[in-house]
Design a protein around this ligand. Sequence first.
Ligand code: ADP
Length: 466
Amino acid sequence: MISLTRRLTLTYALFISLALVVLTFMVNQLTRQIFTGLIKQNITEKSGDVVRVIGEQYNPISRSFDIGAIEAIGMYFIHEGYILAISDEKGGFVWDARSHNMRECTEALEAIAARMEGEFRVSGSFQHQQYPIRYAKQLVGNISIETYGPFFYSETETLFMSSVNRIFLIAGLTFVLLSVIISMLLSRAIARPILKAEEAARQIAALHSSGSGNRQNLKIRLSDRCKTKELAGLSRSINELAHELEEGDRRQKQLVSDIAHELRTPLTYLQGSIEAILDGVWVMDREHLASCHEEIMRIIRLVQDISALTNLEWEYIELDKTDFDLAELLRVTAEQFKAAAYKKGVAITLNLIPTPINADYDRLKQVFINLLSNAVQYTDQGSVAITIEPSSKNRRISITDTGSGIAPDDLPRIFERLYRADKSRSRRTGGAGIGLAIAAAIVSAHGGAISAESGANGSAFRVFLP
Ligand code: ADP
């Protein structure tokens, strides 16, 4: 597979080179076109000059041309690429370059033809132009000028055109080389953050999947001070991913250590009790067995709660929805806690209105069991109130108590797994800090929300169901 840097370099270099080649070609063509126009004009002007200079060699007294001068002019123009043939007004022979020196004429014209066809790819032929020679407006003769057509470059012009072509070629090659270098630099600048992001993502994935080793390296972060918006966004997303994984890792460790801690307490008690019985310090009576049984039940409850919560949090919760009256569900649930509340001298009051709902009956019952058991557990005097608040949009159920309340520092964390506000008291009441996490997971699976408020006069839990 081709690397990103190489692909970008190739694309840029190809694109820029192509653009430069086309541009150079167009400028070259344009220059050549303009130059050719000038050359054609120059040839016409020079032909005019030849006619004028030859005309000046006419002597009106002898009514003849100065042959010596014409010969000198004719010979000079052979080397310029102009082959002259002069006749008098009646068409009689005066002077002809070819008759005078055929070899020089042929050599001069062949050299021009070779130059034009070989170097400039202009194929043409030898062309004759006829001009009248006048003296005082009187026709005194005719001149035929033979040149290579449609146009030709003199030696100096050939030198100039060759230099221009060479300059264009060198400039074109330099630009192509520069474009390759610029493309490489540009590609590297674009690819560098992407490659860094890819490397970081790979490292994070490798560290995370390794399961052990130095998880500290999950602290890898990319700089998001990149000037390109999308690349800065990519770096930020990877940083967020690394942060999430780090958080998940931390929570996982915390959970394992919390579970170990929760298990250690009853297990240490059981170990101590059994050793005491084995050593004969304790007698194996009903009272000791009952306390061991209570600790075993605590372990069983904890394992059941953790497994229920894990299922709720990690699996897609499939709700078995039916139509029922929420008020009826709350009444039945409250009934289960009446005896326990009565024992503590706590009253349970119901403010219910018929509220039809389509939801998972058993799971919602679990929510209210958890909320009510907490309310009764943490309330030593006063009352626990269950209310359905009238609302047109959603179902709002509140469970308020006049209990000990929750400290402001603990309030935001009570829905976390295994979080307990007061460890010693909860140990007494037997909770492991899972009930509210289970309730929150069930309510959120129904698309609802759960919130808690607390003060000196007790706590209030509100459940919103759509
Ligand atoms: P637990 O099984 O320990 O009760 P929960 O997840 O149900 O676990 O509750 C978490 C913590 O929130 C409890 O340990 C307790 O400190 C606090 N809490 C919950 N409900 C109440 C309440 N009604 N009054 C006072 N504290 C409460």
